[in-house]
Design a protein around this ligand. Structure first.
Ligand code: ZN
Length: 458
């Protein structure tokens, strides 16, 4: 992190010395990072992306990805220069508003200096041609993400920092945008990207899959998982559903629960947020986890029922309502964990209270279970620690039991509906909970979210 910052600072110096035109008075460089406490160089400053048009081709045997990204953005300051995030690849051309532009590389930063400065408030278009082997990113907790090759294609999951492994991006969860994908792969392979399927057209040896995500999406939720899949299409109450299963996997009955889970969560959290729904079940043991990629959760293996509904509930909490910064990850994982419990309760199985009670019986001496507190993971090593999920889910069940079902379900619904397609913080959730319940909940949330060790009084 520090090394990259030094590199960027050097570039600034070089630019000021040799760059003339774009450094005109009042035009300054966009920041190389969006300032996230855990991933400070992820995302960039000075502009806001509205759309990504990604035209890609991928050849699995050689693991070569070639792409053209057309990014539509609006400058939020007078920009002399700006960055995109991109890991690896050879970049051949960068155009800004159709004009060839100089660029440099520094770590995950693609540093672009347009011929003339970009005016604040004005829309502009960046085109990046790139090719090479996409990256597999290893996270602080040791898990892998990004564009992960499988034996018949690739499993593409990007939380929290894998998006630049396959496309140039403003990789901040705060900068949501719409996406178009046109992805060409060898005949016989299926590409599963976000949103609705527009077409899949084959030539002699290749097929191009076009998908459109017309709802705002955080960059880390994009996917282009590809391989051999049995693709089933149907509708859930008028919403197109796409379910793709690796044919090598035995057909579980669990996926038949998808429509019922979507209907149940719609009944308690409010209408399903997006224009498509689905699931992709691949055989990607090397990844070993599932991810709530928008409109189509990715499963590295056939999920059990709890995992399926966990990822579907993230469409409300995580994908539609998204954290503004990564330390607030309990707003995703605590909510999805509690969603598993309320589904179980709804199905007439173990209740959320029983889940809570069982976990609460964990002794205080089990420090690993109770720490770190879910509202303060401390370091990205604990971003996906068990406590974020379990104690995060317990926080919601404890809230339910404190304010009562009527207020609690109002809170959950208001949170999803009032922040649809937005980004949020924990203090905003606390404020909403206090407003909807009419109660002072400062101590409650302080104890459950921020104090280390087992909560004993709230
Ligand atoms: Zn989750």
């Amino acid at each position: 992190m520090r090394k990259c910052l030094v590199g960027v600072a050097l570039l600034v110096c070089v630019f000021v010395m040799v760059g003339g035109v774009a450094a005109a008075a009042g035009f300054t460089a966009g920041a190389p990072g969006a300032g996230d406490p855990f991933f400070p160089l992820a995302g960039n400053g000075g502009y806001d992306v509205s759309h990504y048009g990604l035209t890609l081709s991928y050849d699995p045997p050689s693991n070569l990805l070639a792409g053209t990204a057309v990014i539509t953005a609006t400058a939020t300051q007078n920009l002399s220069r700006f960055d995109l995030d991109l890991r690896g690849f050879t970049v051949s051309t960068v155009l800004v508003n159709g004009r060839a532009t100089t660029f440099t590389r520094s770590g995950q930063e693609l540093v672009i200096t347009p011929k003339t400065g970009l005016m604040a408030g004005k829309s502009f278009q960046v085109t990046v041609d790139y090719a090479g082997a996409p990256s597999v990113v290893t996270d602080p907790d040791g898990s892998i993400e990004g564009w992960v090759p499988t034996n018949d294609g690739a499993f593409v999951v990007c939380e929290p920092q894998g998006a630049p492994a396959w496309y140039p991006v403003n990789d901040s969860p705060r900068d949501k945008a719409t996406f178009d994908f046109a992805i060409t792969v060898p005949h016989g392979l299926t590409v599963m990207a976000n949103g609705v399927l527009l077409s899949h057209l084959s030539s002699a040896s290749m097929t191009t899959w076009r998908w459109r995500e017309s709802d705002p999406m955080a960059p880390y939720l994009a996917t282009a998982t590809l391989g051999r899949f049995d693709l089933t299409q149907y509708e859930v109450d008028g919403i197109p559903a796409y379910v793709a299963v690796d044919p090598r996997l035995s057909k579980g009955q669990v996926l038949s629960k998808l429509p019922a889970a979507v209907r149940f969560y719609s009944s308690i959290y409010g209408p399903y947020p997006f224009t498509a729904v689905g699931a992709v079940v691949d055989s990607a043991k090397v990844v070993g986890y599932s991810l709530e990629t928008q409109t189509k959760p990715m499963f590295a293996y056939m999920p059990d029922e709890a995992t399926l509904v966990h990822e579907l509930s993230h469409m409300w909490y995580g994908d539609s309502v998204t954290l503004a910064q990564w330390p607030d990850i309990w707003l995703h994982e605590g909510f999805a964990t509690w969603s598993e419990w309320i589904w179980s309760e709804h199905e007439g199985n173990k209740t959320a209270h029983q889940y809570f009670k069982q976990m609460y019986n964990t002794p205080a001496s089990n420090i690993g279970f109770w720490n770190p507190p879910p509202g303060d993971p401390g370091t990205p090593v604990y971003l996906f620690d068990g406590t974020i999920y379990d104690r995060g889910g317990m926080t919601l069940q404890a809230l339910r039991e404190k304010v009562g079902d009527r207020a609690f379900f109002t809170i959950m619904r208001d949170w999803a509906q009032q922040n649809r397609f937005g980004t949020v913080t924990t203090p905003e959730f606390i404020a909403l909970a206090e407003r909807d319940s009419g109660m002072d909940l400062d101590t409650f949330f302080q104890v459950w979210l921020y104090e280390p060790g087992k909560p004993t009084a709230w």
